[in-house]
Write a protein that binds this ligand. Structure first.
Ligand code: FAD
Length: 464
């Protein structure tokens, strides 16, 4: 049996784990990373990247279809398009392949040793890994747990047959004629919308009173409007009970009682659970917070020399949070003084249209006792939005009424995900309304709506 020792051992090469290992390698720390699947984790292989590729392909197809249907005012005429889903998936797989081999290259460049196989903890500082060439023992002074998360499986709808998770949905080779999405969170809506644009009849079943419950009604309105325009049926306050007797329909219970919704495929997207048990983690003396590993502001667990980062540590389960934690932990292990002092973790939803939010919404700010100024600027008054034939949505700025300190920024609209950097930076840097209003924004861009929203909060928007 082969045995190796290192200073830092990272378990899991998702965004959290690989960012940590790369930074540690850059800092000269002797680092080993163990990965059971492909480097890149959920994000690169079965999450962020493949879903955004599918969404983009679906948008291109849908736009072309609309032109063919004679619904475009730009004078472009095309023949009826068709879709080869296997071809779309192969294109998506190519992007995933480029990125995962890119991560391997970055790890190698940082002199990180990659061990391929599933790690199992023997004790807090030792793991055994089943590799292709046999068992390997890795011992380390410091360990980082970055094992990520899995899709939640509903007891009434176990995965298999027609019932799939986001992982299988991102690798379908045949278009489902009728797709039911259980769960109106961001993963369900992103994928449901993509399949609707690719030609499936999509129904969304959501147990609570609204889809995307983390956002306020104003932000959700353009999304629900677009869901209806796309022919997506949404059942709110409705629970999935199980499969019908024949197994070809989903039984749901809502305000009108029970009914069967015929389905070729049922995508259960009801959340993700941390991989905090299994792999011997259950035998370690690690404190937990519900199903998550409990960490402090330096991502230290309750066991000395063991850190945890990313989805395994809790919400928000987002790749950019995992990356930020990974980079910070590597620096701490190198002896630098770091702590988690982020003012915000921006949230994002690649629905149609997109939603992005950083910091506090108006109601959250008021609930925290702030007297606030709110400036909202609609894309109907933005020239770039008009030229892109997509004027739905707005940018909103929330600031303290007494000092103009920016507390939060939100936007809904086509392409607003690209405003997220400006939003986060504004909050991290303690920006005031005057800073945003006084910054020259390039014309014509959608980001001018941010400047106008700040001006509006100050009472003197120029273009509305
Ligand atoms: P993961 O990425 O889950 O990586 C953990 C890795 O650990 C895996 O590769 C796994 O194989 C490995 N592993 C686990 N146990 C072991 C073991 N015992 N031994 C060896 N290896 C092990 N986030 C965003 O920010 N933006 C988005 O747009 C977005 N879209 C998403 C879309 C979908 C469909 C899904 C499912 C997720 C999406 N996410 C998005 C969430 C994002 O993917 C996760 O937050 C992120 O991947 C978490 O990173 P992580 O490093 O904590 O874990």
């Amino acid at each position: 049996m082969k045995e190796i020792s290192c200073k830092l051992l990272v378990i899991g090469a998702g965004p959290g784990g690989y960012a940590c290992a790369i930074r540690a390698g850059q800092l000269g720390i002797d680092t080993v990373i163990v990965e059971a699947a492909k480097p890149g984790g959920t994000c690169l292989t079965i999450g962020c990247i493949p879903s955004k590729a599918l969404i983009h392909a679906a948008e291109v197809f849908d736009a072309t279809r609309q032109m063919a249907g004679g619904r475009n005012a730009m004078g472009i005429r095309v023949d009826q398009p068709s879709i080869d889903l296997a071809g779309t998936m192969a294109w998506k797989d190519g992007i995933v392949g480029r990125l995962t081999s890119g991560v391997s290259g970055l790890l190698q460049k940082a002199r990180v040793k990659i061990v391929s196989g599933r790690a199992r903890f023997r004790d807090g500082k030792t793991v055994e890994v089943e590799t292709e060439t046999g068992q390997q023992i890795v011992r380390a002074e410091t360990v980082v747990i970055a094992t990520g998360s899995d899709p939640v499986e509903l007891a009434a709808l176990p995965f298999g047959g027609r019932v799939i998770s986001s992982t299988e949905a991102l690798s379908l080779r045949q278009m489902p004629k009728r797709l039911i999405v259980v769960g109106g969170g961001y993963i369900g809506l992103e994928l449901g919308t993509a399949f609707a644009k690719l030609g499936s009849e999509v129904t969304v079943v959501e147990a609570t009173a609204q889809v995307l419950p983390i956002y306020d009604a104003d932000l959700i309105k353009p999304v629900t409007r677009r869901l209806t325009e796309q022919g997506i049926k949404v059942f709110t306050n409705t629970k999935a009970i199980g499969l019908s007797e024949k197994g070809d329909a989903l039984v749901v219970e809502g305000p009108d009682g029970q009914q069967e919704l015929p389905a070729d495929q049922i995508l259960a997207a009801v959340g993700r659970r941390p991989r905090s048990i299994g792999s011997g983690l259950e035998d370690l003396d690690l404190d937990r917070s519900g199903p998550y590993l409990r960490i402090d502001d330096r991502c230290r667990t309750s066991m000395r020399g063991i850190y945890a980062i990313g989805d395994v540590t809790g919400e928000p389960m987002l790749a950019h949070r995992a990356i930020a934690q990974g980079e910070m932990v590597a620096e701490i292990v190198a002896g630098k003084k770091r702590a988690w002092d982020k003012r915000c973790i921006p949230s994002i939803c690649f629905t149609d249209p997109e939603i992005v939010s950083a910091g506090l919404s108006p109601s959250e700010a008021r609930a925290q006792g702030y007297d606030v100024k709110v400036g909202q600027f609609p894309f109907t008054a933005n020239g770039r939005a008009m030229t892109m034939q997509d004027e739905d949505g707005f940018v909103r700025v929330v600031a303290r009424a007494d000092t103009n300190l920016v507390l939060g920024l939100q936007a809904v609209g086509s392409g607003v995900s690209e405003l997220s950097a400006a939003f986060s930076m504004a909050i991290e840097m303690g920006t005031r309304l005057e800073d945003i209003a006084g910054t020259i924004h390039v014309h014509p861009t959608r980001s001018e709506a941010l400047q106008e929203a700040a001006l509006k909060a100050m009472g003197h928007a120029l273009h509305i």
